[in-house]
Design a protein around this ligand. Structure first.
Ligand SMILES: [Cu+2]
Length: 503
């Protein structure tokens, strides 16, 4: 069952010498290379391209002029594992797009494929006609044609861009392809001191359909609260789900590519993105802790230290790790099958030549509220909108369908916003999956997560655990059509979306 289911440009003060590729534990594929360069937060000068031992950090483009070419690419996960997909500018992930908050950008998109495409600017507060969503009325980038997106990037933080084409039963389209990349909107002032900055995207490849979904995902805690669990469960046979057995971080599988090279005492800023079309993930880094400083690119009120990160499809986590445990380590998915099939990366301290070690993290329950503030003392005046999510096993032939308030997409006038009004969306997940819910062109403040209230967490994706409940609030201040959907591509394609309109 599917239960959850440049770079820093850098002012190079020093770099570590290139090391040979290592043959890790017969794992085959990959690890991410790192920018082993010391960076001063005050120095934001970007160099095009990244010399030195960082082959797996995407190229950086700054906002002086951005061209994205959508075309077939090959991705070398490992020397014996090369796959073909569609990507941006000849690679996957595409380049890191560094923009400045409030400074207008022009992005010229050339589509060298036979498929109409949409480049969605995930986490940006921009108008519907450039947001990159067909449902909102953004024009497509036509096959073998081009289109220019012009907008003013905001707010600052870790954003991303990806295809928003539908896939349905075609697993070579949409977010199943390599069409994704980081977009980083530079803040006016740069927070925190760090020595290295790394952009790491979690990916799965070569998706396929199955009804034999083994629950490999440890991110669902069966002992978590299940406030939305129905008294009588639907036991109809499940339809096809999408899964994968091939993983990478950026374009390299664990054991291939260059390790992250660090030295004792360094503070490394990780920008993680789960660019998966199909799954929520966990990440841990044995012997070290992540200090979570931002969720979905937005600074959190309480930057707590955690051993394991849970990162839903579409989510970003920015975390600082202080490198205070010399050795060679594996940062990766705690689920052995997934990590060993590529979802991890080596971290190597200077002058350490030990075998890379994996340390299994302690069981845990992800709880966004640990990073938030106590809830406001005054009761919210937001207008509540309940959203109930249900699954109809094999609702579309072999495939499951999903409903929002009893109906699959499209809805008519269920979700109408009045400009200036504060709203609360209460999510009731009456399915046996965790769903990463996303709303375009707006940011949410999380106010309740499975019965725990909180404030100050600003996000654009919330994973509502299976049979769980969560609530978010936002002010309707971005007129225009606004798409809401589950960020798992098959769920979105088969009904799990809704369009909000302004009255
Ligand atoms: Cu979903």
């Amino acid at each position: 069952m599917h239960r959850s289911d440049w770079l820093p440009g850098v002012c190079a003060v020093y770099t570590w010498p290139l090391m040979n590729r290592r043959d890790l534990l017969k794992l085959g594929p990959i690890a991410l290379a790192a920018a082993a360069t010391r960076r001063s937060p005050a120095q934001m000068v970007m160099l095009p391209g990244t010399p030195g031992p960082q082959p797996s950090q995407p190229q950086t483009l700054d906002s002086s002029g951005i061209t994205l070419r959508i075309a077939p690419v090959t991705v070398e996960l490992a020397p014996d594992r090369i796959l073909s997909t569609i990507g941006y500018n000849g690679t996957s992930p595409g380049p890191v797009l560094r923009m400045k908050e409030g400074k207008p950008v022009t992005v010229h998109v050339i589509n060298d494929t036979d498929t109409p495409e949409f480049v969605h600017w995930h986490g940006f507060l921009i108008p519907a006609d450039v947001d990159g969503s067909e449902e909102e009325g953004t024009p497509a980038v036509p096959p073998h044609g081009n289109r220019t997106y012009q907008f003013t990037p905001k707010p600052a933080g870790s954003r991303w861009y990806h295809s928003h084409a539908m896939s349905m039963a075609d697993l070579s389209k949409g977010t199943y392809t390599g069409q994704f990349g980081f977009a980083y909107i530079e803040p006016a002032s740069n927070p925190g001191a760090y020595d290295q900055e790394l952009f790491l995207a979690l990916r799965d490849w070569e998706p396929f359909f199955t009804t034999q979904m083994v629950d490999m995902d440890e991110s669902d805690d069966p002992n978590a609260p299940q406030p939305e669990k129905p008294a009588v469960l639907n036991t109809a046979p499940n339809g096809l789900e999408v899964t994968s057995t091939t993983y990478s971080i950026n374009d390299k599988a664990l054991g291939a590519g260059e390790p992250i090279r660090v030295s004792q005492g360094q503070r490394v800023l990780f920008h993680f993105l789960n660019a998966s079309a199909i799954e929520n993930r966990l990440l841990s880094f044995g012997g070290h802790k992540f200090q979570v400083i931002a969720l979905d690119g937005n600074a959190v009120p309480n930057p707590a230290l955690v051993e394991t990160l849970a990162i839903g499809a579409g989510e970003r986590i920015c975390a600082i790790v202080e490198m205070n445990n010399p050795g060679n380590w594996i940062l990766g998915e705690p689920t052995d099958l997934i990590r060993n099939a590529g979802l991890g990366i080596l971290v190597e301290y200077a002058d350490q030549h030990k075998q890379p070690q994996w340390i299994k993290p302690a069981p845990f329950r992800w709880d966004y509220t640990q990073f938030g503030k106590p809830a406001a003392a005054t009761p919210s005046t937001a207008q509540n909108i309940d959203m109930i999510f249900e699954k109809i096993p094999r609702g579309a032939g072999k495939f499951n369908t999903f409903t929002v308030n009893g109906k699959p997409y499209p809805h008519q006038n269920e979700f109408v916003l009045h400009q200036g009004q504060r709203y609360r969306l209460t999510f009731h997940n009456r399915t046996d999956d965790g769903h990463p819910l996303h709303m375009h062109r707006h940011q949410w403040e999380l106010v309740d997560f499975n019965g725990k209230s909180t404030s100050g967490l600003i996000k654009d994706v919330i994973v509502v655990p299976f049979y769980g409940r969560a609530a978010v609030e936002f002010t309707a201040d971005q007129p225009g059509l606004t798409l809401f959907h589950c960020h798992i591509q098959a769920h979105m394609d088969y009904g799990f979306k809704a369009l909000f309109r302004y009255a």
